[in-house]
Design a protein around this ligand. Structure first.
Ligand SMILES: Cc1cc2nc3c(=O)[nH]c(=O)nc-3n(C[C@H](O)[C@H](O)[C@H](O)COP(=O)(O)OP(=O)(O)OC[C@H]3O[C@@H](n4cnc5c(N)ncnc54)[C@H](O)[C@@H]3O)c2cc1C
Length: 266
């Protein structure tokens, strides 16, 4: 057994203050869907948990025109069921509907997913493809600058993901090839077309976390059809290889799943 203090914050400034006063091993608690299992497995033993679930500044969804803003404390269930988001970016709500199971969707938060940057997390692919922004209590980052590598983001010590935002594109879609047991992505591809520019981001496959597939972006910007991807490939050496699927299997999945995403977006 180890001792853990629990603190409930009601504002961003209070959360930051509580964390800095709670010792080096203190951690923020979002939905707890990653942190609590990690603690149960004794892979983390935080000295204190600063609960962000009652911070009003991190709540809510707003859609004005095609501008979407989602508070960092918003659950996957709330995103999955947002008619306002669905009206402008149906791929985004579909993505949220495909996360984990009902318990995970009711507790897990978009801020927690961004801060954690699991290599198979779904939202990072969407935010990279949508050229999204991650707003924190200290400033903001473009998704390209925020997601740095495996479980690594641009967040500084004690920095909090306050909200994410993006402009809905002309067309977008998410396609996910799921691990049937965990429901995490073996490969997930988000495609977004804005005018003549197409962005493509892949999650679940890359050993460094979600990544933009620039070669496919160039091909699809020239011709927004699934066949534009024919003959393109990702480097097998950059893919995850584990007990669920080898790196060549994942490399083979990427163009297949990307073509399905383009078909859906069209
Ligand atoms: C069975 C299962 C299946 C899952 N399937 C999927 C899936 O298919 N797709 C998917 O994308 N995810 C999946 N997840 C993960 C899920 O989406 C979690 O919600 C997510 O990883 C973490 O979000 P959380 O809010 O629960 O964060 P927590 O677990 O509370 O925290 C995770 C980390 O982020 C930090 N943190 C949390 N919130 C913030 C914040 N706002 N600012 C700064 N730091 C913060 C915490 O200190 C901690 O280090 C699954 C999880 C489980 C248990």
């Amino acid at each position: 057994m180890y001792e853990t203090q629990y603190h409930r914050a009601t504002s961003l400034s209070e959360a930051a203050q509580l964390l800095s006063g709670a010792g080096e091993e203190a951690k923020y608690l979002g939905g707890g869907m990653t942190l609590i299992p990690t603690m149960k497995a004794r892979l983390a033993a935080p000295s204190a948990l600063i609960d962000l679930r009652h911070v009003a500044e991190m709540k809510g969804i707003s859609v004005e025109g095609r501008s979407v803003r989602i508070g960092g404390g918003t659950t996957h269930f709330e995103v999955a069921n947002s008619d306002a988001i669905e009206a402008v970016a149906p791929g985004f709500t579909e993505l949220a509907q495909l996360i984990g199971d009902p318990a995970v969707r009711h507790m897990g938060t978009i801020g927690g997913v961004c801060a954690n940057f699991d290599p198979a997390a779904d939202y990072p692919a969407a935010l990279l493809a949508l050229n999204g922004t991650i707003e924190t209590d200290r400033g903001e980052y473009s998704a390209d600058d925020f997601f740095l590598g495996l479980f690594e983001t641009a967040l500084g010590e004690g920095e909090i993901v306050k909200a994410i935002s993006f402009e809905a594109p002309d067309a977008s879609a998410y396609e996910k090839f799921r691990n049937p047991a965990s429901r995490y992505a073996m490969c997930g591809v988000y495609v977004a077309r804005r005018g003549g520019e197409v962005r493509v981001a892949v999650t679940g496959a890359g050993s460094n976390g979600a990544f933009r597939w620039h070669e496919a972006e160039a091909a699809l910007s020239a011709r927004f059809e699934p066949e534009a991807i024919d003959g393109l490939s990702v480097p097998e050496g950059d893919m995850i290889g584990d007990l669920h699927g080898s790196s060549d299997y994942r490399a083979a999945l990427v163009p297949v799943v990307a073509k399905r995403a383009v078909r859906k977006a069209r």
